[in-house]
Design a protein around this ligand. Structure first.
Ligand code: SF4
Length: 444
């Protein structure tokens, strides 16, 4: 083997740059584990590495551009280090495939969203080949087998229960980049989560593009999965994301209520718009009224539960009146948190070809108005936590403030003065002061 090609015969440092959602963060963690299992060492800066992996996301704006500019930034490192390999994984890799290699001569490989586990093998192949596109083939077989791989899971960790999505919302690229929905078998999830508890994990967040349509090969739906995890594992807290309002049902709310000691009462329920015509054009599968009914059902059956949502402004065809419907939804549903974005078109999606696109300045103005309105409302919604006692699962000590930090059942981030032994414990904290997203508490 020629010395100049060898990436395995010398120091093996890697750096991963991660964009996007929790699913991507999880994938990066998985790739790190796979690399560490084959002798690679993770480093905090690209300058120190022999392998740079850009784990890309295509949900938000200019994703391909971001990949191009990041790869471009590493040109001087390629010049300095002849062993350096650069790869792109994630949704942009899946979407752009061989185009990326053609456009970016500095790039060595492209790894599709279903090819993560092939990473070590790909690197071995790069020993002998110049450049290659790696499997961007999407696997369609059911069920989905993927054991959680994580170096240090800490107190709270994420567990994939499904991948892909069959919903084809007209603005979303996920069904094209992550493929059709596939679920992990219920028994595998019980085993996986039980083994995480043995490593000290106290809380899991179940991850899927649409957790509510989870379907184990044994027939269990999402409610049954939650029930089984509550009954047959030692996990203390269960969270989940992301829910789809059309599949969110009463059975699930009843299960949450029944196992309230384990299933946390925080629900992220993305509405996207408060206007029926826009919801229809988005292919969301519910109306404004149906959404509101479900939100009220949750708040009624699980008193004290907390809601958050995602909102897109400036979807093609969104008139001022339609936008005002979204604004008025904030008066109806008490969201403690919203994640709001301007619509931007994505490749392969239906909405990309919609004629009546909204002007950029109109979108920016609407986003500002929406966020301003929510900020005002959220202050009064979180005011109730002042003086309240929240049960906080302590996750770590913050390196900057030296305060300890954890999350309450309602997913509030709470800082307090604690001791190392608090980590991993559920500590009751009296909230002394707070802002919209963060609380500060004292032990009682
Ligand atoms: S439910 Fe809609 S927005 Fe969510 S991942 Fe699927 S297609 Fe995208």
């Amino acid at each position: 083997m020629e010395e100049k090609n060898s990436i395995l015969s010398k120091r093996k440092n890697f750096f991963i740059s991660t964009y996007g959602c929790q699913m991507n963060v999880n994938d990066s963690e998985r790739m790190s584990c796979l690399l560490e299992m084959t002798g690679w060492v993770k480093v905090p800066q690209p300058e120190m590495s022999d392998l740079i992996l850009i784990n890309s996301c295509s949900i938000r704006e200019k994703p391909v551009h971001k990949v191009h500019s990041e790869v471009g930034r590493y040109k001087y490192l390629k010049n300095k280090n002849p062993y350096l390999k650069i790869g792109v994984s994630g949704c942009v890799a899946q979407q752009e495939r061989s185009r990326l290699l053609k456009q970016l001569p500095l790039l060595d490989f492209v790894l599709g969203t279903d090819a993560i586990d092939e990473l070590p093998e790909v690197l071995s192949r790069l020993e002998n080949e110049d450049r290659e596109v790696v499997s961007v083939q999407q696997k369609t077989q059911d069920p989905y087998h993927i054991k959680t791989l994580i170096g240090d899971p800490g107190v709270s960790t994420f567990v994939n229960i499904s991948k892909g999505c069959d919903n084809f919302c007209t603005f979303c690229v996920v069904p094209f980049t992550r493929g059709r929905e596939r679920s992990r078998p219920l028994v595998h999830l019980i085993e996986d989560i039980q083994s995480l508890t043995k490593r000290g994990v106290k809380e899991v967040t179940l991850l899927g593009q649409n957790v509510n349509s989870y379907q184990s090969p044994c027939g269990a739906n999402f409610s049954r999965l939650l029930e089984n995890l509550a009954l047959h594992t030692d996990i203390q807290r269960i969270r989940y994301t992301t829910s789809h309002p059309k599949d969110f049902n009463e059975e699930l709310v009843d299960t949450m209520q029944k196992y309230r000691n384990k299933i946390m009462d925080f629900i992220h329920l993305p509405v996207q718009s408060g206007n029926d015509k826009v919801l229809k054009d988005m292919n969301r599968g519910y109306t404004r009224e149906e959404y509101i009914e479900k939100a009220y059902m949750i708040l009624e059956k699980v008193p004290g539960s907390v809601l958050s949502t995602d909102i897109i402004v400036g979807f093609p065809g969104e008139t001022e009146e339609a936008f005002e419907d979204t604004l008025s939804l904030l008066d109806k549903v008490p969201y403690e948190m919203i994640f709001s974005f301007k619509y931007s078109s994505r490749p392969f999606t239906k909405a990309k070809s919609f004629k009546n696109q909204v002007l950029e300045e109109v979108k920016s103005n609407r986003l500002k108005r929406l966020q301003k309105k929510h900020k005002k409302l959220a202050f009064s919604l979180v005011e109730k936590y002042k003086g309240a006692v929240l049960k906080v699962l302590v996750e770590k000590q913050d390196c900057k403030t030296k305060l300890f930090v954890g999350r309450s059942t309602q997913n509030k981030l709470v800082y307090f003065e604690g001791i190392k032994e608090d980590i991993g414990q559920i500590v009751p904290l009296k909230i002394s002061h707070l802002n919209i997203s963060t609380c500060y508490g004292k032990k009682i």
